[in-house]
Ligand binder design. Structure first.
Ligand code: CA
Length: 497
């Protein structure tokens, strides 16, 4: 523990948490004082891109430091092959104590962890069953009563207090289900934000006219695709009678008021109402995550562990809080391509620093290994962020980034696509939708059109940019050993979740 060359690593990870809902990035919707502590006392990354903007696949990339086509987990229908090389296994071999608490979502039993206590599948917001190892090391499912975000935080603190081995450095993954759909707030925040109006994003009323057909053919609009359960107009999920009583006392009057005025609302007013309901519930879920992070940071401070512990906060991808009229993720467009990343590392990271380099969840495994002084295997495809954290970005750091989304046919009907971005320009190729081949290209000038409303693909003014990005895209696909993906139907799997 006193060995500064081998710091402890606390990796805090949430699901679908976007920068727009962290005040260190954007204070316009919510204040997250505890998450902001990590940015204020550490480094905030403004260009952390994910390789494949969806839950399970992002987690598999983090475990392996490899793109989806190499680690084998391309869509949420896949199962993670836990027999392959992962960073926790390498840390464990190097003498680190390893643990994962909370959301796992990789289907197979966690490997490479001295301790695991993880949500079964997606995990509900209330009363979650969780899987841990019994005294014989066999997976066993245990029931819990309470709000999942609080339960996961309690388990994290229990691990730090009671299960940690004081003689070894540790790496623990503290992973929330929140603020994943369907955004069910905890009892404490059911009425929080009731009396405020959340600002609408500029692109809430996007009509998709400036892009190829893919943007118009998705199924993730606030206007049409949120269900009554999403909007809390019906359903109680997995709550018990006592929890339902508290819930109904909060939502009942709000829903009655809405249903009374619904008939006289215009379509636009109805969308505005849905937006407020959706975003507020999302922010309420974030608030409990922030509270939990605060409890863990306090514990690290009070015990003196903070001094030699790296604290990382990230999410598995970004998210749409109404931008383009959407909720959900999947796209290579900015809001879902980016994920928050903040790192506090006392004595190494300059407090309050902000970084603009193109970094990725592909780099996390390599980063953790270097932090622990473990050699990074040659077959990992990312690069350690340690030099950047030390304030010394290598001259040959990446200037381009490769992205690939595979899940179509699938939920929300986002076309399969891949592309390259330099942070200034972005080239995307949509190649399959609803089982049919496509060859639709989009090009964006992110400085002139940061909201990505108008593709300039084929515009003679951008001929040079288009040609160079096309070459770059082919080069990256070769570098990362991307195999041609001609499969147009959903990958078969027994379990669909
Ligand atoms: Ca996710």
């Amino acid at each position: 523990m006193g060995d500064e060359s081998r710091p402890n690593i606390v990796f805090i990870f949430s699901d679908d948490h976007c920068e727009q809902a962290i005040s260190a990035y954007d204070p316009s919707r919510i204040t997250t004082p505890n998450l902001d502590r990590i940015a204020n006392e550490g480094m905030r990354f403004d260009r952390c891109y994910v390789t494949n903007s969806i839950c399970g696949p992002s987690r598999a990339v983090i475990q392996t430091g490899k793109y989806s086509h190499i680690n084998g987990f391309k869509t949420n229908r896949d199962r993670f092959n836990g027999d392959q090389q992962t960073f926790p296994k390498l840390l464990q071999k190097a003498g680190y104590q390893t643990a994962v608490v909370g959301k796992w979502h990789l289907v197979t039993t966690p490997q490479g962890y001295d301790y695991y206590d993880v949500l079964k599948g997606q995990g509900p917001y209330y009363n979650p069953p969780m899987i841990t190892a019994d005294e014989n090391g066999q997976p066993v499912t245990r029931k819990h009563v309470g709000y999942t975000t609080d339960i996961v935080t309690d388990k994290m603190l229990d691990w730090l207090q009671n299960r940690r081995d004081g003689d070894r450095p540790f790496m623990v993954m503290f992973q929330h289900k929140a603020p994943h759909r369907n955004w069910m707030p905890g009892p404490k925040y059911l009425n929080w934000l009731d009396d405020v109006t959340i600002p609408e994003p500029e692109t809430l009323w996007d009509d998709y006219s400036g892009r190829t057909q893919a943007a118009a053919r998705q199924q993730m609009t606030i206007r049409r695709h949120l269900s009554d359960r999403d909007l809390k107009l019906q359903g109680h999920g997995t709550m018990n009678a006592e929890q339902i009583k508290v819930w109904d006392a909060a939502y009942g009057p709000k829903n009655e008021a809405f249903l009374e005025s619904k008939a006289s609302m215009s379509e636009k007013e109805l969308i505005k109402w849905k937006y407020q309901r959706y975003v507020k519930d999302y922010l309420r879920c974030v608030k409990s995550v922030d509270d939990g992070v605060g409890r863990v940071l306090d514990y690290l401070d009070e015990t003196g562990l903070s001094k030699n512990t790296v604290v990382i906060y990230a999410s598995d991808q970004g998210w749409y809080l109404g931008e383009h009229g959407w909720y959900d993720k999947r796209w290579m467009y900015e809001e879902s391509l980016k994920t928050p990343l903040m790192v506090r590392w006392p004595g190494t990271v300059q407090p309050g620093s902000v970084n603009q380099d193109i970094v990725s969840n592909l780099d996390f495994a390599e980063t953790f290994l270097q932090m622990a002084g473990v050699e990074i295997p040659d077959d990992m495809q990312g690069r350690s962020l340690v030099p950047i954290l030390q304030g010394k970005t290598p001259k040959d750091w990446r200037k381009q980034f490769y992205y690939h989304y595979y899940e179509n046919p699938g939920a929300h009907n986002v076309a399969r696509h891949y592309g390259v971005t330099t942070g200034k320009y972005k080239l995307i190729r949509f190649y399959a939708l609803e089982g049919k081949k496509l060859d639709d290209w989009e090009l964006f000038d992110l400085e002139r059109d940061p909201n990505e409303l108008t593709s300039v693909y084929g515009n003679p003014q951008y001929a040079e940019v288009q040609a160079s990005l096309t070459v770059e895209l082919a080069r990256l696909r070769e570098q990362y050993k991307v195999t041609p993906d001609d499969q147009l139907t959903a990958s078969p799997r027994a379990r669909r979740k």
